[in-house]
Design a protein around this ligand. Structure first.
Ligand code: SF4
Length: 110
C-alpha cells in the first residue's frame, strides 16, 4: 500500500509528464502552442508567484517594472508568440506577458 507521500509524488510526476506527451518523452521538441497553458492557480505556479499579466505580479516576490516572460532568460520559442515554453515549467506554455519569481533578466525584449 502506498503512503500518502508516495501517492502525491507519483501524482505530481504524472501531472508533469502527461501534458508533455510521448513526443517530448522521445526527445522531440513540442511547440509551445501545443503545450497546455500554465494555470496561475496550479500549485507549481502559485509557489513562484506566476501570473499571466506581469502588471499583476507581486513586488514583494521581486517583480520590477518591465520584467516579463518575453524578456526572461528562461523562456524559449518563437519570440513573437503569445505563449512560449519556459525552462522552469517543462510541459507547459507560459504567457509572454507573464512573470514569476524565477525571472532571470534576459538580453532585453525578445
Ligand atoms: S522563469 Fe521566466 S519565462 Fe518562466 S515563467 Fe518565470 S518569468 Fe516567465
Amino acid at each position: 500500500m502506498k503512503t500518502r507521500r508516495e501517492f502525491l509524488r507519483t501524482a505530481a510526476l504524472g501531472a508533469v509528464i502527461l501534458p508533455i506527451g510521448p513526443r517530448a518523452l522521445a526527445g522531440v521538441e513540442v511547440p509551445a502552442e501545443e503545450l497546455p497553458r500554465l494555470r496561475p492557480e496550479s500549485p507549481q505556479a502559485v509557489d513562484v508567484g506566476y501570473v499571466q499579466d506581469a502588471r499583476r505580479a507581486d513586488v514583494a516576490r521581486g517583480y520590477r517594472s518591465g520584467q516579463a516572460c518575453a524578456n526572461c532568460n528562461l523562456v524559449a520559442g518563437n519570440p513573437k508568440a503569445e505563449w512560449r515554453s519556459c525552462a522552469m515549467f517543462p510541459g507547459h506554455a507560459v504567457a509572454a506577458t507573464g512573470w514569476c519569481g524565477h525571472y532571470e533578466p534576459g538580453s532585453g525584449p525578445r
